[in-house]
Design a protein around this ligand. Structure first.
Ligand code: FAD
Length: 195
């Protein structure tokens, strides 16, 4: 199973982790909990009427945890390096190998710069799938945008990155479609009570 390492646990990083792990990739998230979501109140996230950003984050964390994402809070990633067959991610706790890395560090672009990703002026240069100039390394969310910072856009970026990784792994274009019967399976026939 391919291993995806996500750096950053805000809207972008947790969205990438959700899509990757839910669809069978082994996914690890490192996060230092400085997400701007703690400062936000969401009125503009489609499907969310009005919600405190920290409350939204807690739901998102529970959602990724329920699918089995390995999420480590408080662990800063200090380096991401390319290797012959992927990436090595360094934290104060040790080194971790991944086949893919998704950078989702908010407006901080230092790791992308150190990894050698191409920039377009101040922004990390990505294609529509969020892949950087370094194959297998993705950059998502605030780090790839100038000021146009919104939670739903970051979440979309994370989803796009994960779907592209899934397409690469499965050898064909991939989409994550569920139908109502799947909810019965996930919630044990209690779908209407749980949603
Ligand atoms: C005051 C304020 C109000 C806002 N209101 C709204 C609003 O109403 N609606 C809206 O849509 N958006 C709002 N936003 C913007 C929204 O919060 C951001 O667009 C969104 O959080 C960006 O998501 P992200 O995942 O790109 O980055 P973030 O959510 O900032 O997450 C980045 C994460 O990466 C972690 N990180 C960084 N470097 C490392 C590292 N080296 N190792 C490990 N972890 C690391 C950080 O600790 C952080 O948790 C608001 C922002 C602010 C500041």
């Amino acid at each position: 199973m391919a291993h995806v390492i996500v750096v950053g646990g805000g809207a972008a990083g947790l969205s990438a982790a959700l899509f990757a792990q839910k669809n069978g990739l082994d996914t690890t998230v490192f996060d230092t909990d400085k997400t701007w979501l703690h400062k936000a109140h969401l009125f503009n996230y489609p499907g969310i009427g009005s919600e405190d950003g920290t409350v939204f984050l807690e739901t998102l964390r529970n959602q990724v945890d329920s699918f089995g994402v390995d999420r480590t809070q408080g662990e800063e990633v200090t380096a991401v390096d390319s290797t012959d067959d992927g990436f090595t991610v360094t934290t104060g706790d040790g080194e971790y190998d991944g086949d893919y890395v998704v950078l989702a560090t908010g407006a901080n672009r230092d790791l992308a710069e150190d990894l050698g990703c191409a920039f377009d002026e101040d922004l990390v240069d990505v294609d529509v799938t969020m892949e950087t100039s370094v194959e297998g390394a993705y950059a998502t969310g605030a780090m790839v945008r100038a000021e146009e910072w919104q939670a739903v856009i970051s979440a979309g970026d994370g989803a796009a990155a994960a779907l592209n990784i899934l397409s690469a792994e499965k050898g064909e274009n991939y989409h994550d479609f569920d139908v109502p019967a799947d909810a019965d399976e996930v919630f044990g026939g209690m779908a209407d009570d749980e949603t």
